[in-house]
Design a protein around this ligand. Structure first.
Ligand code: GLC
Length: 368
């Protein structure tokens, strides 16, 4: 069995961590199978997969195709992408896409895969359009489709040509069925977590010095949000919740992560969030560490890991990872994330976007 995996970028977001776990597990379970990964952009993912022994090639998307994305179309304020912006980026990406399909087809022809596994919206389509001789294509869908005006139409139009669809939660599976229909079958495959890496005991990181701050005094509770800067990951809700905590409470907040994506309208920058913290008058209570490449050590350095997505989270890998690290977890209780939460047992849930409830929940979590 030879599988070609296609991923749109080389960054290490949640969907890529999930892909890495699949590759590592398949290599162990099926030593005779061969794999090849094709990326639409270079980045740390390529180094990790090569170190794992998976041949990886980078077939770069054009800059216009890299920047194309419709996830900002329902974003608020500064992250919002208007229909006109979207139209402009689709048209400028078109020519590059045709050339890309030709190059991808010849790369796939040379690999002669038995199955093509695609991870990420652009590759779901590219994989189908470029596959040689009707090689079966499996879509692994990590995000909701319905809120994306362009992608939802395209996936609906082409879904019947792929062999099977995997979704990372029942909630995403339902969403995909509601857009693409019942054929092909959509099955839920939850993400795994590497328990050797994400474990309660192990190294910690000095988050304060990463953020250029002196360490806090003993007994200070560390509460932090880790993740990409996608606008819907709830950084602003988190900061608002921090601003509502009584100043007498001994805590320090951490925003861990940087802007990874190159897709227009998809994320905040650290500077946007710093200004927001300044507006809320909490700059002295928040540390911005920037991107950290060892999330388990970062989580172990916190007392409470917060997940604050403002819209339903498709799965919420960070929630499962923080649980595996034995941290107190506060999570936004909606979408696929709800499938992971057992309220009051493995996490404290709160409704998305409710800074006041979040703040009460942090307060509670800090006492437990
Ligand atoms: C995407 C989803 C996230 C999920 C990850 C892995 O990044 O937004 O919820 O945890 O994929 O499936």
């Amino acid at each position: 069995m030879k599988i070609a995996f296609l991923n749109p970028s080389g960054i290490l977001g949640g969907a890529e961590i999930s892909l890495l776990d699949i590759l590592a597990s398949l290599r162990e379970a099926q030593p005779d199978w061969s794999f090849h990964l094709i990326l639409g952009g270079d980045g740390p993912l390529a180094h990790v997969t090569r170190a794992l022994g998976v041949p990886t090639s980078v077939l770069p998307f054009s800059p216009a195709l890299t920047a194309l994305g419709d996830s900002g179309s329902d974003a608020p304020g500064d992250a919002h992408l208007s229909r006109f912006d979207l139209f402009k980026s689709v048209t400028s990406a078109l020519a590059g896409s045709f050339r890309y399909i030709v190059r991808l087809r010849s790369a796939l022809r040379a690999l002669e895969p038995d199955v093509i596994h695609t991870n990420g919206f652009k590759m779901h389509l590219m994989g189908l359009w470029a596959r040689p001789q009707l090689v079966p294509v499996v879509w692994h869908i990590h995000d909701y489709v319905r809120p994306r005006p362009v992608m939802a139409r395209l996936l609906r139009r082409y879904a019947s040509q792929c062999r099977a669809i995997m979704a990372n939660s029942n909630s995403v599976a339902e969403d995909v069925r509601s857009v693409c229909g019942v054929s092909p079958e959509v099955c839920t495959v939850y993400n795994a977590v590497n328990l050797e890496y994400f474990s309660p005991d192990g190294p910690r990181i000095d988050l304060d010095s990463l953020g250029g701050c002196a360490p806090p005094k003993d007994g200070v509770v560390r509460v932090g949000l880790l993740g990409t800067m996608a606008w819907w990951k709830g950084h602003k809700t988190f900061l608002q919740a921090i601003s509502l905590l009584p100043p007498t409470l001994s805590f320090r907040a951490y925003v861990i992560g940087g802007s990874l994506y190159q897709t227009r309208g998809s994320q905040y920058t650290v500077d946007d969030l710093r200004s927001f913290a300044a507006e809320l008058n909490i700059s002295d209570r928040v540390v911005f560490t920037g991107f950290v490449d060892d999330p388990a050590s970062a989580m172990r350095s916190l007392d409470i890991v917060v997940h604050a997505s403002t819209r339903p989270e498709p799965f919420g890998l960070v929630i499962a990872e923080a649980m595996a690290c034995g941290r107190a977890v506060v999570a936004s209780d909606a979408g696929g994330a709800s499938e992971l939460l057992n309220q009051g047992v493995n996490a404290l849930g709160h409704p998305p976007r409710r800074a006041f409830t979040d703040s009460a929940v942090f307060f509670w979590a800090s006492l437990v």
